[in-house]
Design a protein around this ligand. Sequence first.
Ligand code: SF4
Length: 204
Amino acid sequence: MPYSNEPDPFRTLSPAPRPAAPSPDLVMPMTEEERMREELEKGILFTTVESVVNWARSNAIWPLGFGLACCAMEMMAIAGPRFDVARFGAEVFRGSPRQADLMIVAGRVSIKMAPVVRHLYEQMSDPKWVIAMGACSSCGGVFNNYAILQGVDKVIPVDVYVPGCPPRPESLIHGIMKLQEKILTSRVEIGPVPRRAQPPRGVA
Ligand code: SF4
């Protein structure tokens, strides 16, 4: 019990009274257009088929699981929990080129290996992309000799080059993000995908 007539400072405050709802007679009736706009804003999204297809493709990249040299160690690291390329939807490394749409050329390509790399590329499903990972696959690196191909773009088309020797896993992830940007702005072809221009077979 309080000892004075002053109000108890610890008393529970009652909630403020809610304002009375306006009378239906005072509310302006919505026009047909306003009603339709309100319905649309509740959960309908307008976009184009091309944007949706590109968005789906860029966030579900399936790389081909193969490596050629030391860069492959860094490539394997992106799938682990530390770098976690699953955040970008590109962690499903496939064992078959027919189930993959991204080839990460991780390591130097020898002249003997070049026809095999091209063969694997041709077996991949369309549309497909290539990342040249590291100095060796981009331009031969320090191996400027008769046994090493001076850049994998002499046998297959390359979309993104990742510099470094070896590039860190973060660099490769950056390259994948650049590829995603490229996919998002690419055109979606209706019907069979036209074949991309490829270097002549006689180079390798
Ligand atoms: S770029 Fe460097 S790390 Fe990568 S394959 Fe060549 S020598 Fe090895």
